[in-house]
Design a protein around this ligand. Structure first.
Ligand SMILES: *[C@@H]1O[C@H](CO)[C@@H](O)[C@H](O)[C@H]1NC(C)=O
Ligand SMILES: *[C@@H]1O[C@H](CO)[C@@H](O)[C@H](O)[C@H]1NC(C)=O
Length: 422
């Protein structure tokens, strides 16, 4: 029987068209792109990150917390705050070891024993496997990252991948050998290779929307000759272009985040278009392969935890680079999105009420700046030689089962997320 195009068919046609439109706009609706000071999705909607840091760069070089909870449970915690982003950190050493191992990442068994010793390594590995039964002793570190990325995608949380350090360990000091290009563990060549590798690998992570080239560039104070010859904005510019061009070549979809000097606390000459000393060149997005494609974002950290005046802190933040969000503003030459990818403080029942935390809780949503708070953790596999290190700044308690400061979470953090995303 020849079907007649009746009302029912028209309704179906309508449903099909609607289906097509909404599937095109399926989360994450990337690739993300910048437009002036905003980040947009593929439909032109503003996207602002409100999230947290999940460290995966310390000695074991896999995301923390899995000896206490499943990946799914940890991601649910993030989701329950209303957050939409995770800054997932990794170490270049992981990629170096993949290359040294004929292209295959090392197993969890080897990674845990290498970092924690034979007895404790196996003990903690068994706890990880008990909580995350999809893994086994020969699962690789990269497969753990893949599983974390898959779960974040499932729960619709953007992934901002961050190269936190070269040698897998707690970060950051100016004497840790990871401070600046050319420092003891910080090979520029391996860094470029590692960024390219992860940008390419990340094509299989649908939730991956951006990458940070390097966490907290800082003066290599234990290497005065290096500090003297290259710790400056001119060299910074050369390295940023090198890293960004490598990432863009490997994966042109990603937003690329640039960190400033002195532990990523300021980007003033970049935002103001001042000469990049000791040279005379000025920052220009057109100098980057990714620039004209609208892929560059600035990131800053702030740990002025002793602040006594919110007005003074706000003025510092604007001058450090957040003024790029205030355009048109006479001081600003380069209008770009600025994200505070780290801030944090002691998770007790009163610090969050202090000047620093309450000022940021107001300032960041007001500026509609993205942010990721340090840190999604309760404890680390190992930090600076101490195994099962308790993280007093962690959002979670020691076994990652509940909030460390429920007063902060209910009294301020959830509202900060809501106001940022509203
Ligand atoms: C982005 O947000 C700003 C501030 O709320 C608004 O003025 C602008 O129109 C938004 N852009 C889009 C594309 O929604
Ligand atoms: C171990 O887990 C990985 C994924 O994490 C999987 O690819 C592999 O097949 C598993 N091996 C065994 C022996 O079950």
């Amino acid at each position: 029987m020849k079907p007649i195009l009746g009302v029912g068919a028209l309704l179906n046609l309508g449903a099909t068209v609607k289906g097509l439109v909404s599937s095109r706009a399926d989360w994450p609706n990337g690739p993300l792109v910048t437009s002036g000071r905003w980040i947009h999705d593929a439909s032109g909607n503003n996207v602002t990150y409100a999230g947290t840091n999940w460290p995966g760069h310390t000695d074991v070089m896999i995301p923390e917390g899995l000896q206490y909870q499943s990946i799914e449970t940890i991601v649910q915690k993030v989701k329950s705050l209303g957050m939409n982003a995770v800054r997932l950190t990794f170490a270049i050493q992981m990629i170096d070891e993949i290359y040294a191992n004929n292209g295959k990442d090392i197993t969890l068994e080897r990674a845990f024993v290498q970092a924690l010793g034979q007895t404790n390594g196996i003990k903690v590995l068994n706890q990880v496997l008990a909580n995350n039964p999809q893994f086994n002793t020969s699962t690789t570190r990269l497969q753990v990252f893949d599983a974390v990325a898959a779960e974040l995608n499932k729960q619709q949380i953007y992934i901002h991948l961050d190269n936190h350090i070269s040698k897998g360990m707690w970060c950051c000091s100016s004497t840790d050998g990871n401070s600046w290009w050319g420092d003891t563990y910080f090979s520029t060549e391996n860094w470029v290779r590692g960024l390219s590798y992860m940008a390419e690998h990340g094509k299989s992570w649908p939730a991956l929307t951006s990458i940070g080239l390097r966490n907290e560039p800082r003066e290599p104070t234990s290497n005065p000759a290096l500090a003297q010859s290259s710790y400056n904005w001119q060299s910074w510019y050369r390295y940023m272009r090198q890293g960004a061009d490598a990432v863009h070549g490997a994966n042109p979809d990603l937003l690329i985040f640039l960190s400033g000097l002195n532990f990523d606390t300021y980007l003033t000459p970049v935002v103001r278009g001042e000469p990049l000393a000791p040279g005379t060149d000025r920052f220009d997005v057109a100098d980057f392969a990714a620039g004209p494609a609208g892929k560059l974002v600035l990131e800053l950290h702030n740990y002025e935890t002793g602040a006594t005046s919110c007005d003074a802190l706000r003025a510092n933040l604007d001058r450090n680079g957040f003024e790029a969000l205030l355009s048109p503003d006479d001081a600003v030459a380069n209008v770009l999105p600025v994200v505070m990818t780290e801030f944090g403080f002691q998770m007790d029942d009163r610090t969050w009420r202090g000047v620093y935390a309450s000022c940021l809780a107001q300032y960041l949503p007001e500026r509609k700046a993205g942010w990721t708070i340090w840190v999604l953790a309760g404890s680390y596999y190992v930090r600076s030689g101490t195994q099962d290190y308790d993280e007093g700044w962690g959002l979670l308690n020691h076994d990652w089962s509940d909030w460390r400061s429920p007063g902060y979470v209910d009294g301020a953090l959830k509202a900060m997320v809501r106001e940022t995303l509203s």
